[in-house]
Design a protein around this ligand. Structure first.
Ligand code: CUA
Length: 430
């Protein structure tokens, strides 16, 4: 966007929220009203209506604050004790209230509440569900929360023999159309929040919930679980990618395809590749996101739909074998290849996603390597690392429990070569 437009947009936003500007200037700048999860940078009608309620409340309470603080300051200054005699003076004659002032204050309070209540009630009704007139045009999606990632499936898009089209952590939606999202959880309470598109709605066990939102233009939006749901709540993220009609149809068509075909017949046994497990060391909390991605995330998403430039078919085929050998198949599905697992994200087209690890890391080869070689360092005690409860026992992940002592023991280990092959395979899944 040209800088003069950016500037005028900023000025408009400031004029709209003068009290906010005053506060933010006091806090040393106002960049906190921007950023990928800013609720002030609304990009759809639901978020806009909620922001209007915020501004209305801010203005009404701001005016009340100024009036009350003004009267208090006036009284404090005017009637302050000016001399020694004032301090010991008798108090002035006391009254038991002034009916006119009291009734006026009650009326003013009711009036202020009505000013806030009318747009609030209107917004509650409007944001509850897709407006009747637009229901026929609404698109439906299911979102399921799990510790600590999101599964998205598309009830209107079925894949032969595989049920609904399923994806993980990146919700692709049509732009300029209302999207109704059925919210479910597979374990504890989570909350679905895409700050620029709509407010939070909880995902509650054994209870159906829903939200609707709409992106006014194609875009790339950050989402976040907004209800404490365990150790990795803070890093339970997702993305919403809104596409125009043509791009959305093309994306659906690609997603319905099974995983890409590779001929793995001539690949040497991976046993020959195995060397001593490498020691992978990453700084906890080292950045998983690049500035170049942030500069234009939607373009980067579109690039990610294409093949990786440095693809090595032999390495990819080795990776596919390793995906079975390392037991990844027990939790993940790669439709058309291996795996029937549903306890972890469907990886059929993982190479075309811009994020991994529940929206935490940008999906590039370096980060994918970091994730699969040091899952506990990226997301402490995630299910891939500690295993998944299954009936009375635990299906091991990178660790398994010793049945005697209960201690965690290493289960899956990757050598440098194995990690490279697995990364190449997963990135090839476009
Ligand atoms: Cu899921 Cu917080």
């Amino acid at each position: 966007m040209p800088s003069q437009f950016l500037l005028s947009a900023r000025i408009r936003r400031c004029a709209h929220s003068l009290p906010l500007v005053a506060l933010s200037l006091a806090l040393g700048g106002w960049s906190w009203t921007e950023g990928p999860q800013s609720t002030f940078d609304t990009q759809g009608p639901v978020a806009k209506s909620q922001l209007q309620v915020f501004y209305t409340t801010l203005w009404v309470t701001g005016i009340i604050f100024v009036l009350v603080a003004g009267v208090l300051a006036y009284a404090t200054l005017k009637f302050r004790a000016r001399s020694e005699a004032d301090e010991h003076a008798e108090p002035p004659p006391q009254s038991h209230g002034n009916p006119l002032i009291e009734l006026s204050l009650i009326a003013a309070s009711v009036f202020a509440l009505v000013i806030i209540a009318v747009p609030t009630l209107h917004a509650i009704w409007y944001t509850y569900d897709v407006p009747e007139a637009e229901k026929a045009n609404a698109y439906e999606v299911n979102a399921t929360a799990l510790q600590w990632w999101f599964r998205f499936d598309y009830p209107k898009e079925t894949v032969a023999g595989a049920g609904n089209l399923v994806t993980g952590n990146e919700l692709v939606i049509p732009a300029k159309r209302p999207v109704r999202i059925n919210l479910r959880t597979a374990d504890v309470i989570h909350s679905f929040w895409v700050p620029k598109l709509a407010g939070k709605v909880d995902m509650i066990p054994n209870r159906g919930n829903h939200i609707w939102l709409q992106a006014d233009e194609p875009g790339y939006f950050w989402g976040q679980c907004a209800e404490f749901c365990g150790e990795d709540h803070a890093v339970m993220r997702f993305r919403v990618i809104a596409l125009d009609e043509t791009d959305f149809a093309a994306w659906l068509a690609r997603q319905k395809q099974p995983a890409r075909k590779f001929d793995a017949a001539n690949v040497a046994s991976t046993e020959q590749l195995r060397i001593e497990p490498a020691v992978f060391k990453y700084e906890r909390n080292s950045p998983g996101w690049s500035a170049s991605f942030d500069a234009n995330p939607l373009e980067r998403w579109k690039e990610k739909q294409g093949l990786e430039p440095d693809e090595d078919p032999t390495l990819v085929a080795r990776g596919r074998k390793l995906f079975q050998e390392k037991t990844c198949v027990t939790c993940h599905t790669i439709r058309g290849h291996e795996g029937v697992g549903v306890t972890a994200p469907d990886l059929t087209h993982v190479g075309a996603r811009t994020t991994i690890a529940g929206g935490l890391l940008e999906n590039n080869s370096a980060n994918l390597r970091r994730w699969i070689t040091d899952p506990n360092g990226v997301k402490p005690h995630n299910k891939m690392y500690v295993g998944v409860p299954l009936g009375g026992s635990v299906m091991p992940g990178y660790m398994k429990r010793d049945t005697g002592t209960g201690a965690f023991m290493p289960n899956i280990q990757l050598s440098e070569t194995e990690a490279t092959a697995l990364v190449a395979y997963l990135q090839s899944l476009k």
